[in-house]
Design a protein around this ligand. Structure first.
Ligand code: GTR
Length: 496
C-alpha cells in the first residue's frame, strides 16, 4: 500500500513538472503571449527575452502556424525534460531571506596562489596579477593580448545642446573610434562632453544601453546603428529610431556632471559587442576569430570581458584627447555595465577610480551569499556574459575558491565606489557592501582605509571615509542624479 501511495505521489509530481515545462515551451514559441510584444521592465532596459524569472515576458522566438507551434512546444518540452533529467537538477529558486543567505567562506584578498598571506605592499603587484588572472580564467574570460589598430575621426566638435538649450560652457565632441585587425573593423561612437573652462578635466567613462542618442536631447548626437533591444522604446526591428532620443537621459545628467568640473564620455555597449548570444561572431569578438570562447577554450572572453576590453580601447583615445586629464580617467557603469566597469578597472590601471552602480551578481555582490540572482541564474539567462568555466559553479557555490571581494581588491590602491539601491534585492545590496568590506585588507596593505561597515547604512547615507565608498540609494535598480552626485563628491574627495 505504501508503495502504491509513493508511486502515485511521484507520478503526480512528475505530471506537474511536465505541465510547467509544457507551459514554458508554449510561451517560448509564442502561443501564450502574442499580445505581450511590448517593452517591459523599465528599470532593466537591456534585458533580453529569456529572463522570465525577472517577471519579464518571453518573446516568441519564431513566427509559425499554430499546429506547428504545438508540435514545437511538445518537442521543446521533451528536450527540456530530457536535458533536466540528464543534468539531474533545476536552478535553485532565488533566496531573499537574509537568515537563509549562505555563510561565507571567503579567501583573504591577501592570500597568494600558494595560500600564504602577503605581508608587504611590494608584493601587491604580483598578488594583483594573480587575482586578475584567477578571475579571468574562472569567470570573465581571458581577452586576447594581440593589439588592434585604433584610429579616430572627430566628426563633431561643437557646443552642447541640453534640455533644449545651447550650453556655451560645454564642449561636445563625437569621435568614431575604428578598431581594425586583419582586414576586419569595428566602429565605436564615443561622445564626450567637457567643461570649456577646465583645460584638463578628469573624465568619467561609462557605456550606455541604448545608444548615445538616448543620453540627451541634443539632436546633433548620431543615432546608433548598432543592434538594440526591441523592448526598448523607439526601437524597431533591433534598430534605434529618432523616437529613442533622450529616452535614458535620467541616467546621464550631463549638464550637472560638466558643471561639477568633470568631463563625461559614453559609447553604446552594442557598438563593442551586441548583447545576445551569437557564438561570439559579431562585435569585437569577430576581430579575434582565433581567440573564440568555446568548449575547447572555456577560459576565453565572454561579453563582459569584451565590453571591458572595448572600454580600454576608449581609454586609449581619451588619454590623448585634448581637454581630458590622462591621469584622471574614471570608469563607471550600471548593472551589467557595472560588472563591466569593475572588470575594466581590474584589467586596466589607467582607470584611477572605478564606480559600480547596482552591479549585483558577477559584479560587486558576493556569489557565495546566494541571495537574489545566483551564478546559475545569470549563466542561464545570459550564457554569453561570462566564460564557460564559470558554469562549473552553477548552484555549486561551495566550489568557488574565489569571490567578488577579490575583484574589488584588484582595484587597490585606486579608489572604488559601490552603489546599491534599496529595492534592488536582485543585486543583493548587502552582498555588494560586504565585497567592499572584505576587500579592505588590500587597501590597509597600502596604508589606506577601505570600508569598515559590515552592515547596510540607512538609505541615502553615503559611507565615504576611505578609498572604498558605498551608498544605498532609496529606490529602484537605476542610475540617477543622486548616484552621480555621490560619485562626483567621492571623486573630488579622492583628488580628481
Ligand atoms: C538583469 C541581470 C542582472 C543585471 C541586469 C541589467 O537581468 O539579471 O545581473 O545585469 O540585468 O544589466 O540590467
Amino acid at each position: 500500500m505504501q508503495w502504491l501511495v509513493t508511486i502515485v505521489v511521484v507520478l503526480a509530481a512528475l505530471g506537474l513538472v511536465l505541465l510547467k515545462l509544457y507551459r514554458f515551451a508554449r510561451a517560448l514559441v509564442g502561443i501564450d503571449n502574442q499580445d505581450q510584444d511590448k517593452p517591459s521592465c523599465g528599470s532593466c532596459p537591456g534585458q533580453r527575452a529569456g529572463s522570465s524569472d525577472l517577471g519579464i515576458t518571453l518573446k516568441p522566438l519564431v513566427q509559425i502556424g499554430d499546429k506547428t507551434k504545438h508540435s514545437v512546444a511538445v518537442l521543446v518540452m521533451a528536450n527540456v525534460s530530457l536535458a533536466s533529467i540528464a543534468w539531474g537538477q533545476e536552478i535553485r529558486p532565488p533566496n531573499y531571506d537574509e537568515s537563509k543567505a549562505s555563510s561565507l567562506r571567503l579567501v583573504s584578498v591577501l592570500a597568494g596562489a600558494d595560500g600564504k598571506r602577503i605581508e608587504s605592499k611590494d608584493q601587491w603587484e604580483l598578488q594583483r596579477k594573480y587575482l586578475v588572472d584567477l578571475l579571468a580564467k574562472e569567470e570573465y574570460g581571458i581577452a586576447p593580448s594581440d593589439p588592434v589598430s585604433v584610429s579616430i575621426e572627430v566628426f563633431d566638435d561643437g557646443v552642447a545642446v541640453l534640455a533644449g538649450e545651447p550650453k556655451p560652457k560645454i564642449r561636445r565632441r563625437q569621435i568614431a573610434v575604428n578598431l581594425e585587425r586583419r582586414g576586419k573593423s569595428v566602429r565605436i561612437d564615443l561622445a564626450v562632453w567637457s567643461p570649456k573652462d577646465r583645460p584638463s578635466a578628469p573624465c568619467f567613462l561609462g557605456l550606455n544601453f541604448r545608444g548615445n542618442q538616448s543620453t540627451c536631447d541634443d539632436p546633433a548626437i548620431r543615432l546608433t546603428t548598432s543592434w538594440c533591444d526591441n523592448r526598448n522604446p523607439g526601437v524597431i526591428q533591433n534598430k534605434a529610431t529618432q523616437a529613442s532620443r533622450a529616452n535614458h537621459s535620467e541616467r546621464w545628467p550631463i549638464a550637472h556632471i560638466v558643471e561639477g568640473g568633470f568631463a563625461v564620455a559614453t559609447a553604446h555597449y552594442s557598438d563593442i559587442d551586441p548583447d545576445f548570444d551569437d557564438g561570439f561572431e559579431n562585435g569585437v569578438h569577430g576581430l579575434f576569430p582565433d581567440h573564440r570562447l568555446d568548449a575547447e577554450h572555456p577560459d576565453r572572453w565572454g561579453s563582459i570581458a569584451a565590453w571591458a576590453w572595448g572600454m580600454s580601447r576608449l581609454a586609449d583615445v581619451l588619454e590623448k584627447l585634448e581637454g581630458i586629464d590622462p591621469k584622471g580617467l574614471m570608469v563607471l557603469g550600471h548593472s551589467r555595465l557595472g560588472k563591466t566597469a569593475l572588470w575594466a578597472g581590474a584589467t586596466d590601471e589607467r582607470f584611477r577610480l572605478v564606480v559600480s552602480n547596482n552591479s549585483g551578481c558577477g559584479g560587486a555582490a558576493l556569489s557565495q551569499r546566494i541571495y537574489g540572482e545566483s551564478v546559475a541564474r545569470i549563466n542561464t539567462s545570459f550564457p554569453h556574459w561570462f566564460n564557460r568555466n564559470f558554469r562549473k559553479y552553477n548552484d555549486k557555490e561551495d566550489l568557488l575558491g574565489f569571490d567578488q571581494h577579490q575583484l574589488i581588491a584588484t582595484i587597490a590602491p585606486r579608489a572604488v565606489y559601490i552603489a546599491s539601491a534599496s529595492n534592488d534585492k536582485w543585486a543583493d545590496p548587502l552582498g555588494e557592501l560586504l565585497s567592499g568590506h572584505y576587500a579592505s585588507d588590500a587597501y590597509a596593505l597600502h596604508g589606506k582605509r577601505g570600508l569598515d561597515a559590515k552592515e547596510l547604512p540607512a538609505v541615502n547615507t553615503p559611507l565615504v571615509h576611505g578609498s572604498i565608498g558605498y551608498h544605498l540609494r532609496e529606490g529602484d535598480h537605476d542610475m540617477l542624479l543622486y548616484d552621480w552626485q555621490q560619485f562626483m563628491a567621492f571623486a573630488k574627495q579622492n583628488g580628481f
